[in-house]
Ligand binder design. Sequence first.
Ligand code: PLP
Length: 388
Amino acid sequence: MPRIYLDYNATTPVDPSVLKEVCSILKNYPGNPSSVYEEGRSARILIEDSRQFIRSFLGANQKDGIIFTSSGSESINLALIGTVNFYRRQNKKSIPHIITTAVEHPAVLNAFKFLENSGVETTYIRINNSGELMLDELLLSIKKNTILVSVMGANNETGTIFPIRRIFEQVKKINENIIAHSDLVQFIGKVDFSLKDFPLDMLSFSGHKFYAPKGAGVLYFKKGLHLDPIIHGGHQERGLRAGTENTAGIAGMAKALEIFEKNKEQELKKISSYGSMFFDMLFSSLEGIRLNGHPVNRLKNTINISIDGVKSETLLFNLDLCGISASAGSACNAGKFVKSHVLEAHGYDRSRIESSIRFSIGRWTTEADIEYAVNAIKKTTLKLRSMT
Ligand code: PLP
């Protein structure tokens, strides 16, 4: 039976051209990029070329920081904890206040909890039941000691896109010194992005969400910003991230962005059209389904629905038997049912949350995959409903 992968928000398969490049680098560039002899120097060139490419991809300035990490989670932890730790070293008597949203990925929320436990003041901004951020609440929560606001670009579970440009413009109007960070893990490689359009001071993203191998992430920060390292050791990455760089992973990530850049018009058009087709087919073939998250401002590849009368874990199990991979809640919760904090923040009732399922399409999704999946979802749902 063929497998139909509909969980591109969890991770993406590696693009064949990226794979080829990564394998060749693993074979031909064995050196430690910090070594001064030829093998080290050539690996260093690959890393610096990748950094340069990513800098221009983002529309960043030459002096801005591009730090390579192991993942989106690490980049986010470095951004948040690194900023707060630096601030505390400089301002020993002041307690910093940081703000985020209630629907962030656990990488942000748990870094916030960690900081909270060490005495930092935190605020979590609510969303309404359409998934829109309560911007007034955010602006009112800004205080004299607020040093950082972190708002994600797009939500991993629902695909809801936050208007981060407007949000951070408003934040900066109140205090331009507040550091604007965004978790762009679900944004980069899915949406056309340039720093020229967004007033961000820091952003984090991860290669495995756009067809690069797992194990490479990026933290961007604007020139002049300071942060403390959270991993201590050697002086790699401007002294901000100790550890021998993952040369192949970093170059693979740059290659994946290059492929996205080259084909983005076509790819975004295809995803948008297949996303709409999937949505229309699902809603016209089944009664009793509800879209979760924002109805319009959402990633076109993501469809999070609740199917009345069906528990998501049972549906997922049955779809897996039909060869379909999907997800309930975020990827790091997959395998065991943990009530989604994102759907809970929408104010949805328990049965809506327990019957929610996320499908996310990507580069290799075909029309036939969508037709097969809708058919399987319909059949499985009708079977499960008839049993209860
Ligand atoms: N932020 C968001 C929105 C995500 O979707 C994810 C991963 O699913 C992360 C952060 C964490 O990224 P990584 O898996 O690279 O640590």
